[in-house]
Ligand binder design. Sequence first.
Ligand code: MF3
Ligand code: CO
Ligand code: CO
Length: 252
Amino acid sequence: MIPIKSPADLDRMRRSNRIAASVRDRIAAETRPGVTTGDLDALAAELIREYGARSAFKGYRGYPGHICASVNEEVVHGVPGARRIRMGDLVSLDVGVVFDGFVGDTATTVMVGVSDVEAIRLVDVARQALEAAVAAARPGARVSDLSHAIESTAKAAGFSVVRDFVGHGIGRAMHEEPQIPNFGAPGRGPTLRPGMTLAIEPMLNRGAGDVTVLGDGWTVVTRDGQPSAHFEHTVAVGEAGAEILTESGGDG
Ligand code: MF3
Ligand code: CO
Ligand code: CO
C-alpha cells in the first residue's frame, strides 16, 4: 500500500523538505576546492541541528555520515571524510532530515568551478531527467511513466542510467512504497494519486551504467571510473500535478 498523506501530514512534509532543501543549498554554496567532504558533513550536521531537525541518514542501517557526498566516479552514498574537493569535480550532495516525524530527502550535483564540456552536459541532462519525471508525476500516471521519462531523457543524450538504485515513496519513513526505477517502459506499476509523496532521484553516468560498492560498504562507484551525476526532489502528487517540496529559495 502506498500511503496517502492527510493535509496536515502534507504540511509536515513541506516543512521537513524545506529544511532539507535549505541545508542542501547552504552546503552546496560551500563546496569549493580545498574543502573536504567531511567539512561539508560537519557543516550540514550543524545546520540540521539549528533547524531543530535530525539527519535521516546517520545511523540508518549503520550509515556513519549526516549526508552523502559523492565525488565524480562516486554515484551515491559517498561517505564523507578526508576526500578534498578539486576544481572541476562533480559533487553529489544528498541531504535527508527528520522533522516532526516526517522525512525530507533531496540531492543536487555541484560542478566545482569549470568542468569539461561532457561533464557539464552530464549534469544538465541529469537535471533535465529529474524535471521530466517531476512533470510526469500527475494523478492517474503510472509509476513507470516517471522511470521512462528519466531513461529516455538520458538515452537521448547518450548517457546511461544506474539500474541498481531507485527513487521511492517517502513520509514517516525515508523509504516507503513504491520503488521508482530510473528505467523501464511506461504504463506499468501503481497509479499515482493525490496525497502520495515521492522522492525522485535519477543517477546518470557518462560511461556505462554499471556500479560497484567500495570496501566501506556504502560508497557506490561507477565500474569504469567515469563520472556520475545525481539529482533528487521530493514531490507531493496534487490534483494539478506534482508540487516540488524541495525547491530552492526557502529559508528552511
Ligand atoms: N538519501 C538516500 C536516498 O535518496 C538514501 C541514503 S541512505 C544512507 O534514498 F544510509 F546512505 F544515508
Ligand atoms: Co536522498
Ligand atoms: Co531518496
